[in-house]
Design a protein around this ligand. Structure first.
Ligand SMILES: O=c1[nH]c(=O)c2[nH]c(=O)[nH]c2[nH]1
Length: 313
């Protein structure tokens, strides 16, 4: 029998039946802003989060007929988030895992979902008498993130941070790149290196002290950024990811998106001045955009964990 496929057979194989059907879908409440004050002691604790809940499963009738008997209202999802916070939020990963377990276990047609949480941090205001018990100043450094997804009984946790803005005033070079007729960039062996780190890492287990690991991963990234003598932002990125994977066995892989926040030396010669690498123009755009995944060789990929986590290669 011939194994050659004719173009008619090819068309038949790819031809649609013509019926219009429902594809992937999810529904929920996005960006539920929640602040919880722990008043158990005179020294209050603040938890400030932005929670998005999305459910998956059993929605054919809702979309095709407007039959809402299996449509857990987005308003109910929002209320559940606030009600669960009554018992405390804890690590954002644990809170998201808890929400997922509730929806999948309490509604038999819910097959899974996605719970994304951003956490903003607050520092105590330092007064003349020391750190204040119940007055805070927003720490506008990085935002901590997590995306927890459930597919039946399987749970995927991808956590991360965004807007971690870092700069080195030396210890960064960039040279040896190809030159063609469009290349004007001057080689440098002493430049400012600055970026705003977005990183997300995938856990292989939910049995993790998520707060402790977050603090560790953040510190490792900062340490590697600071101590790597950089020949390219790409090299710094890899060093940051490698250090995280070497230190934390529960993390399978880590993805980075790092804009190269260019600082251009200003030409002061028209004013009769030199500029020995001191006065820069901090450009905001365009910017180089360096993205990569750092992973363990041979480790199995888990595309379902990343399917709805955008902004990475
Ligand atoms: O660290 C860098 N990586 C690049 O790929 C690049 N490209 C560029 O113009 N400057 C830089 N810097």
């Amino acid at each position: 029998m011939s194994t050659t496929t004719t173009s008619a057979e090819q068309t038949a194989a790819t031809r649609s039946s013509g019926a219009i059907v429902l594809g992937d879908n999810q529904w929920g409440k996005a960006e539920v802003r929640l602040v919880r004050v722990d008043r158990a002691a005179p020294r209050h604790e603040i938890t400030d989060v932005n929670v998005s809940s999305q459910l998956r499963g059993g929605q054919e009738a809702t979309h095709l007929e407007g039959d809402n008997s299996r449509c857990v209202a987005t308003d109910t999802q929002k209320n559940t988030i606030y009600a669960f916070a009554r018992d405390g939020v804890g690590a954002i990963e644990d809170f998201a895992i808890r929400l997922g377990r509730h929806f999948v276990e309490d509604f038999e047609w819910i097959e899974g979902g996605r719970w994304e949480i951003e956490q903003y941090s607050w520092n105590r205001i330092a007064t003349a008498d020391g750190e204040h018990d119940h007055a805070f100043v927003r720490n506008n450094q990085e935002t901590r993130t997590t995306v927890v997804q459930r597919d039946g009984d399987e749970v995927f946790v991808v956590s991360g941070l965004t807007d971690l803005v870092v700069l080195k005033s030396t210890g960064s070079e960039f040279h040896g790149f190809p030159r063609d007729r469009y290349t004007t960039l001057v080689e440098t062996n002493d430049r400012i290196l600055a970026t705003s780190v977005t990183s997300r890492w995938r856990y292989t287990t939910t049995d993790v002290d998520f707060d402790a690991v977050y603090a560790k991963v953040r510190a490792i990234q900062l340490e590697a950024f600071a101590t790597t003598h950089s020949l390219a932002l790409q090299q710094t990125l890899f060093a940051m990811g490698k250090a995280v994977l070497e230190a934390v066995p529960e993390i399978a892989e880590i993805k980075f998106s790092m804009p190269n926040k260019h600082h251009f030396l200003v030409d002061l010669a028209p004013f009769g001045l030199d500029n020995p690498n001191e006065v820069f123009y901090a450009a905001d755009r365009p910017y180089g955009l360096i993205e990569a995944t750092v992973q363990r060789e041979g480790a199995p990929a888990e595309p379902r964990a990343w399917a709805t986590v955008t902004g990475f290669c």
